[in-house]
Design a protein around this ligand. Structure first.
Ligand code: 542
Ligand code: MG
Length: 214
């Protein structure tokens, strides 16, 4: 039977990356996406911005919405301090299966908790299920029309504290207009746009970094 793109991406990781070396896993995926098949990973250019935000925040608790193949999961996890925790939500079981193997190949599984399920169902359960009170950093990279409702849900569930950072992918392409309008106009956020390009292309895209002011 035909393989899927995520399965072929995983094959490229297992063929070209060194077990336990997150950088080689990231490099293998970027090479696969540039030379073989485009895939919707945050990519190397926006990935460097993600890296710098993670290093600056030095988070103890991170939530990622939309794991896909685990590319950004590996980038974030490899930069976390000891004992820090990254919870990543993915509701497509086929993608979750691939992501678990990519995360394991990179050797960062001890820092990552991949939860198979929908953000709308799991955000309200974060505290009771994982003992997380608030998130220091949230990376939004799932369905673009869910960024705003899920951000409001995180606010309502008390998962954001003064200083929590939201980092959102694709605010230009494919675009998240309602989310962008909200974080840029709300008095409860201080927002900043990091101009970049859509992964593996010359098309404009960028990340929006928003600090929750409480
Ligand atoms: C709604 N709640 C949810 N809870 C848990 N997981 C969820 C989810 N929504 C979506 N997901 C998962 O996140 C992932 C979805 C990501 C959606 N991303 C995009 O559509 C996207 C799309 C592009 C893109 C840009 C230009 C173009 F021509 C074609 C595509 C680029 C990106 O960087 C993207 O992130 C999948 O793995 C999906 O199963
Ligand atoms: Mg994206």
């Amino acid at each position: 039977t035909q393989s899927t793109r995520p399965q072929r991406l995983l094959g490229a990781v297992q063929k070209n990356a060194t077990r336990g070396d997150p950088r080689s896993v990231v490099q293998a995926i970027d090479q696969f996406c540039r030379q073989k098949e485009w895939a919707m990973n945050v990519g190397d250019e926006k990935g460097c911005i993600l890296d710098s935000v993670v290093s600056e925040v030095n988070p103890a608790t991170v939530l990622e919405l939309g794991t896909y193949c685990g590319y950004s999961t590996v980038r974030i996890a490899s930069r976390l301090p000891p004992h820090a925790k990254l919870i990543t939500l993915e509701f497509n079981p086929d993608f979750a299966v691939v992501a678990r193997q990519v995360i394991a190949w990179a050797g960062v599984e001890d820092k990552v908790h991949l939860v198979e399920g929908a953000s709308g169902d799991w955000i309200p359960k974060m505290t009771e299920q994982f003992g997380v009170k608030t998130f220091d950093l949230v990376f939004l990279d799932h369905w673009k029309d869910r960024y705003l409702p899920d951000t409001k849900l995180m606010e309502e569930c008390g998962l954001l504290r003064k200083g929590s950072i939201l980092l959102a992918d694709n605010v230009i392409c494919p675009g998240t207009p309602d989310y962008l309008e909200y974080v840029r106009s709300s008095a409860r956020y201080e927002s900043q746009y990091f101009k970049s390009h859509l992964e593996y292309t010359k098309v404009e895209d960028g990340l929006e970094k928003s600090v929750f002011l409480g």
